[in-house]
Design a protein around this ligand. Structure first.
Ligand SMILES: Nc1ncnc2c1ncn2[C@@H]1O[C@H](COP(=O)(O)OP(=O)(O)OP(=O)(O)O)[C@@H](O)[C@H]1O
Ligand SMILES: [Zn+2]
Length: 729
């Protein structure tokens, strides 16, 4: 006979906190719970959402009387077995406590999920005692007998809401409860299907077939810029909707993709549900519930949408799959593209990666046949993808203090005269990346980071792009106190804007970068203005390289093609190739053929050569060869450990202690610790270790064992684990 009553009255609940395992709770009489149920439980003084977790293999006996009871079940569908498996998989792979992954899945305001009742007003048979012009207008506006919200009624009648309230008090209007607003309207798969080109048709047919098969199959839509990849995968989206199942479309910069939402609406009649950081909490709560009930059929979102509790996920799309924004760099370090493939596998659904410049990882997977490649070799409009023409800055560079070579300036002028738009690309925000004292040579740096302060002239201050520190531009050198001795070095987009304004005083200019005042809304408006042709010259950062479709854009000039190549970062070549190819791909997408120019000091560099020759395969062949030879991903696995703390010695000592206790293995090499290239960020000193293994080795498991036996980080020391690191700073 057991000492304790049956285990059924005790369950494990995983909480969104950083502990290794689930906590046990007592199930109160009359309540029934099963793994996946979302419940509200007490933790210390707080109430918290958690997820009932599958029972451990060998549970320790516990006395239910000593356990706290579950407070209540939360009013949302339970997480599916596939979702639970997904949370577990990510936790294992990224070497993170599962609770931290659950936190990504439950990250929406609890109170926001419980939507308040919406009410409206309707005209009754009563007529008011006191009659005023305002009151008459309301009665007139509502004479059709339809229900309206109070605000709408007031707006239509052109009166203040208090007039409406007064009429409700007098019984002239009655209040009625409106049905809850739907989280999203149902897209119509046949709203407006376009005629596809043969290559699009073939690709779309294969995807539709995969959706029907309801099985995990990974695809790569590999199509040149402007080939109509979106229209192609929309056919698979349509089929999934027809099947009554759900679709997840991941995008790297959803806040900027108003154009995408509009395009979706043109094809399906309504916009998809959006999910990203700029969506308000109330709306998030609704989308969360709508996704979990199955009411929402298509979500377009940033990487966090990966953790939504889909009831019946039938298709996953990863648009611009090569984009580095898919990598989450703090908290749980995960790569949303890779995890999207995992999720699709667990849900037994097809997954479609989409790019004109696939990541090396994806390209290798496609070459090996692990992903099926769907090729779209031509632009929809029939124009050619522009070649990049090199401008050798050693031979035909601009005069000192300027950044636009004479040849590029002349081409820009010609383009604008012919009614086209020009885009200058420079991946540097602000006015100047460095401020220097001409008297003593002092360079102004951030007090808490190892980075230079960047001058932002529009805002009249120096800013740190690592930590956000900002200070007014000083009148004298902070070091030698010489007045008026500070000079800006190098260009940022604001400085380039100044130069274009001088060169072309009549052109309409627009700077586009992520720190545009006015935030996302303003950006969306500016992008629309460009699309509509209200701008002649756009000066932009990498923000403009991403997926935009600017019909009038005829010329692209890359101001400094070499920016990304200097760092000794193993992904520098790949990044540079993708970025420059994508920027060039913005030109000539409609009637006009586009041209693109590349200002460089190293025209002989293999990346420049491949870009200039328009030879994509040459780039991939070479880069894949380099990776294989140097034993770099995807031909090896990497895991970075970043040790940081406010005390440099303590951080370094801890990093050394970690290195010293790494488990011996023939299959793993641990490199470092070494001071990180970004040695100081927000006042924290950083050291890096790198573990490297063969492809087939379970590096996550190795790191888990390593951390289990490692000394604990005390004080404010922190150890971040970054599996498959993208950044080596
Ligand atoms: N079958 C089609 N019918 C009508 N218009 C189409 C069709 N296919 C593509 N288009 C149009 O062609 C243009 C380019 O397509 P789209 O933006 O999908 O290309 P893409 O391959 O996604 O390009 P990128 O990789 O550069 O973002 C768009 O304006 C799109 O609406
Ligand atoms: Zn800083």
């Amino acid at each position: 006979m057991s000492l304790f009553p049956p285990r059924e009255s005790v369950v494990d609940v995983l909480l969104p906190v950083a502990v290794g395992s689930a906590y046990s709770y007592r199930v109160p009489e009359g309540m029934e719970v099963a793994p996946g149920d979302i419940v509200v439980v007490p933790l210390g003084p707080r109430m918290m959402l958690g997820c009932v977790w599958p029972p451990a293999e060998n549970p320790k006996p516990v006395d239910p009387a000593k356990l706290k009871p579950i407070h209540r079940k939360y009013d949302v569908a339970s997480l599916s077995p596939a979702m639970l498996a997904f949370i577990r998989w990510i936790a294992d792979y990224t070497v993170t406590p599962p609770g931290m992954v659950l936190r990504l899945a439950l990250r929406h305001d609890e109170s926001a999920g419980i939507s308040r009742e919406r009410t409206g007003v309707r005209l009754t048979d009563q007529r008011p005692q006191r009659r005023t012009a305002a009151r008459e207008r309301v009665i007139e506006a509502l004479a059709d007998g339809f229900v309206r919200s109070k605000t709408d009624a007031a707006r239509e009648a052109g009166v203040s809401p208090s007039v409406v309230d007064g009429l409700v008090d007098d019984g002239v209007l009655e209040t009625v409860v409106l049905p809850p607003e739907p989280a999203a309207e149902r897209p119509d798969p046949d709203h407006s299907a376009p005629e596809l080109l043969p290559a699009q048709r073939d690709a779309a047919d294969r995807l539709v077939e995969a959706v029907k098969a309801r099985a995990f199959r990974p695809y790569l839509i590999d199509g040149v810029t402007g080939s109509g990849k979106t229209e192609t995968y929309f056919e698979a989206v349509a089929e999934t909707i027809r099947q009554g199942r759900q679709v997840l479309i991941l995008m790297p910069e959803i806040a900027l993709t108003q154009a995408f939402l509009d395009r979706f609406a043109r094809r399906f009649g309504v916009k998809p549900a959006e999910w990203h950081s700029a969506v308000g909490t109330k709306r998030r709560g609704r989308v969360f519930k709508g996704v979990s009930s199955g009411e929402v059929s298509v979500v377009a979102g940033a990487r966090s949408a990966l953790f939504l509790p889909f009831r019946d996920l039938g298709l996953v799309i990863v648009d611009e799959e090569h984009d580095s924004a898919y990598k989450q760099e703090d908290g749980v370090h995960y790569h949303a593209r890779d995890m999207a493939v995992v999720r699709a596998r667990l849900e037994e659904a097809p997954v479609v990666l989409v790019s004109a410049t696939p990541s090396i990882e994806t390209e290798v997977n496609a070459r090996r046949g692990r992903y099926s490649r769907l090729h779209l070799p031509e632009r929809f409009a029939g124009t050619k993808v522009p070649r990049l023409e090199p401008i050798d800055l050693r031979k035909e560079g601009p005069p000192r203090g300027q950044w636009i070579a004479p040849r590029l300036a002349a081409e820009m002028e010609r383009t604008i005269e012919a009614g086209g738009q020009a885009l200058l690309f420079l991946n540097r925000r602000g006015y100047a990346p460095l401020t220097l004292c001409r008297a003593c040579g002092h360079r102004i740096r951030c007090p808490s980071c190892s980075s230079w302060l960047v001058e932002h002239r529009f805002r009249r201050r120096l800013e740190c792009h690592q930590c956000g520190y900002a200070t007014p531009v000083p009148n004298e050198c902070p070091n030698c106190h010489e007045p008026n001795s500070l000079i800006p070095c190098g260009p940022g987009v604001e400085r380039l804007h100044e130069e274009v304004a001088k060169l072309m005083p009549n052109a309409r200019l627009q700077v586009l970068s992520s720190d545009l005042a006015g935030g996302v809304e303003r950006l969306r408006a500016e992008l629309k203005a460009i699309e509509d042709g209200a701008v002649d010259v756009i000066v932009g950062t990498q923000l403009v390289a991403k997926g935009h479709n600017f019909p009038g854009l005829a010329l692209v000039g890359v101001i400094d093609a070499d920016v990304g190549l200097g760092h000794g970062d193993p992904r520098a070549a790949e990044r540079t190739f993708q970025l420059l190819h994508q920027v060039a791909g913005r030109a000539g997408r409609h009637e006009k053929e586009g041209r693109a120019f590349l200002q460089t000091y190293m025209p002989e560099h293999p990346v420049m050569q491949a870009l200039v020759a328009g030879d994509r395969d040459a780039f991939y062949d070479r880069e894949i060869g380099v990776r294989e030879e140097a034993h770099l991903p995807p031909f090896a696995r990497f895991c970075a450990l970043i040790v940081s703390g406010t005390d440099a010695h303590a951080a370094q000592a801890h990093a050394r202690a970690l290195a010293a206790c790494s488990p011996l293995s023939n299959e793993v090499r641990v490199l470092g610790p070494a001071e990180a290239p970004l040695a100081l960020v927000r006042g924290r000193h950083r050291y890096r270790l790198l573990a490297r293994s063969d492809r087939g080795f379970d590096l996550s498991n190795y790191v888990r064992a390593w951390m289990a036996g490692a000394p604990r980080a005390t004080g404010n020391l922190r150890v971040e684990i970054d599996i498959d690191p993208q950044s080596f700073l």
